[in-house]
Design a protein around this ligand. Structure first.
Ligand code: DON
Length: 305
């Protein structure tokens, strides 16, 4: 497969694309980003790499972190985690409160904000220094010790915490949050405020690829195959909130978006791919990022289907 030629043909096809998306401003610090930024990194299971644009420029990973915190929490907590978070698509926006009340504080899945808060609470109960230990986990799987929190983004979100605070307090009342709510929010906002490039994200998400038994060094970092099956299934069904069906329909890969404009997607047997373009559609997913990935699986004629 000539991936470089395919990526270049996508770039020229989208040269004059009229983006109708809007950069997220509900976390004021995110609104400062240059809307025209674009980067892409493709990390193939055979070790080949391809990239476009600002693939090494770091941006706020936001909800993409929810996949990494789930992988870390499952490693520490095991299947007991599923007693506190369900595995169904919500069909509602990522920060919605409506289902939580009648579903007695059990979030629909780990990728909506409520679910990620419960996963963060589980991590807090296991880790001595949650922020330091989580950052170490991300640095190790990405193979890059320079990755860090953008503390101005975390502080900016803390100042506008009301909706996440409401979710956490409601779940605390249902006894599905064990730790102090403000400490939990601080930890969760820091996870979202990790700054990473497309290259670093594609590398980190290679832990969900299905490496052959021969490839022992990669297998050592990868999450166990049956766990990867579950996490990839959740990315496919819940990774884009109430646009998860649309992403599966147009792209056909497990993936996860963030309001920083990043999307990571993967084909378990072939590659992980990260794309970044800040303007978001009305569901909170990168408009151009989705378009690029749709063209990528259409032109390569490879998807999980
Ligand atoms: O909690 C929030 O609202 C943000 N820190 C993360 C939201 C997000 O990235 C949703 N993604 N598309």
């Amino acid at each position: 497969m000539n991936y470089q030629a395919i990526l270049e043909s996508i770039q020229s096809e989208l040269k004059d694309y009229k983006n109708t998306g809007k950069v997220a401003t509900y976390i004021p610090e995110l609104g400062k980003v240059d809307a025209s930024k674009f980067g892409l990194h493709l990390n193939c299971i055979n070790g080949n790499h391809y990239h476009l644009g600002a693939s090494q420029e770091r941006f706020s990973i936001q909800s993409i972190s929810k996949v990494l915190s789930l992988a870390f929490a499952l490693k520490l907590e095991g299947n007991k985690l599923w007693n506190r978070v369900d595995v169904e698509p919500s069909g509602d926006p990522f920060n919605s409160l409506v289902q939580l009340e009648y579903e007695k504080g059990i979030p629909r899945n780990p990728f909506i904000n409520a679910g990620a808060l419960v996963v963060s609470d589980i991590l807090m109960s296991h880790l001595k220094n949650p922020k330091e230990d989580f950052l170490k986990y991300v640095r190790d799987i990405a193979g890059d010790q320079s990755i860090d929190y953008d503390t101005s983004v975390a502080a900016s979100e803390m100042q506008h915490k009301y909706r996440n605070a409401a979710l956490a307090h409601l779940m605390k009342d249902f006894k599905n949050i064990k730790n102090d709510v403000d400490a939990l929010l601080d930890f969760y906002f820091h996870q979202c405020a990790i700054a990473m490039s497309c290259q670093q994200l594609a590398q980190a998400f290679s832990i969900f690829l299905n490496y052959s038994k021969q490839d022992q060094s990669q297998q050592a970092l990868a999450v166990p195959t049956m766990l990867a099956k579950r996490i990839n299934a959740l990315m496919l069904t819940c990774g884009f909130y109430d646009e998860s069906g649309e992403f599966a329909f147009r792209v056909g890969l497990p993936g996860k978006s963030g309001v920083g404009g990043g999307i990571v997607a993967l084909h378990p047997k072939h590659y992980s791919i990260a794309v970044w373009s800040p303007p978001l559609n009305e569901k909170g997913n990168s408009e151009l990022g989705m378009k690029v990935l749709e063209l990528f699986t259409s032109k390569t004629e490879i998807s999980v289907f």
